[in-house]
Design a protein around this ligand. Sequence first.
Ligand SMILES: Cc1cc2nc3c(=O)[nH]c(=O)nc-3n(C[C@H](O)[C@H](O)[C@H](O)COP(=O)(O)O)c2cc1C
Ligand SMILES: CCCCCCC(=O)C(=O)O
Length: 354
Amino acid sequence: MEANVNVRDFEAAAKAVLDPVHFDYFASGAQDELTVRANEAAFRRLALVPRILRGHKPPRLGRTVLGSQASMPIMIAPTAFHRLAHPDGERASVRAAAEAGVIMIAAMLATVAIEDMADEARKVAEEPVLWFQLYLQPDLGFTEAIVRRAEAAGCTALVVTVDSPALGRNERGDRNDFHDLPPGIRCENLRESGGSVRGVVLSPEISWRHLDWLRGITRLPIVLKGVLHPADAELAQRRGIDAIIVSNHGGRQLDGTPPAVDRLRVIADVVGGELPLLVDGGIRRGTDVVKTLALGATAAAIGRPVLWGLAAGGEDGVARVLDLLRIELLNALTLCGCDSVESVPRDLVIQGAM
Ligand SMILES: Cc1cc2nc3c(=O)[nH]c(=O)nc-3n(C[C@H](O)[C@H](O)[C@H](O)COP(=O)(O)O)c2cc1C
Ligand SMILES: CCCCCCC(=O)C(=O)O
């Protein structure tokens, strides 16, 4: 793992070992993949303007997010099907996250059951923080059952993905004819008592009414994932939502959406200070994380980098990815003249292509 010195090295290492069809599933986005590329490119158009001679101690990286203590403001975004990347799948990723004190959002479409993920995390940390991502299902009885499982497993927040009224058009997947999981790999949270696995439904009929219903059946904080419009952020706040993830689903849903990081400030201007703002999409460097903090994020989440680490080295690979980002973040904050993740000033970041 030591030969890989940044996230890009891990992407190359993952590509070298993965079945090309599975690599394409992880790497790809919707249609022309404009948004996939834009997410990363957006960080190159943001420049950091450091302050000097601040005379501070090494920066503190810890941050509290929705009442949970995290060792750094980097979280693991929910991604489906980890067992396509490595036989240990989500068991490996959750162990690495828990060991690192990093909040992990478990995907509803995980290939390890949420109960098993929670057990695995508790083997390496006393109080691991696990959140659960949910696609609200039109079958509310099933949705409630899965929420109860997440609660019973000890998840401390529900992350409702709201950018998926339909599945994005993935042309790499179509070319590869990749429409099913290989034998032996299943979405374990969708397994019914008889052993069969139900399909997930992505429905345009899901609405704020369903969020109100969810608010009524659980005391867990509710996080909306996939917000890009400030008006939706405002609605979310009025509806009693607890946090927002500014996200375009890593460019996998509607191609042509703006880079998530470019929507942060406009949303922060409306609800920042009231609602914790998280962001994901294209974050590959510690400096990217610093930019999101300056633009109003409480924390930033990574999707594909975790999959690259997992594919390249299982638990050790994910651990190394998290460690590299931690080292980069510490270095970047120090060079910027910041003594903590809380004290990153707005004027640290300006538009400036490089
Ligand atoms: C392979 C893959 C699977 C994903 N699965 C889910 C999912 O099941 N639920 C969800 O809300 N988001 C899912 N996402 C989106 C991520 O949560 C996140 O928004 C995105 O990966 C962030 O961009 P990044 O990969 O550039 O870091 C997935 C992303 C990828 C790459
Ligand atoms: C039929 C639902 C497939 C959803 C796949 C998981 C996901 O969100 C992704 O981006 O991939």
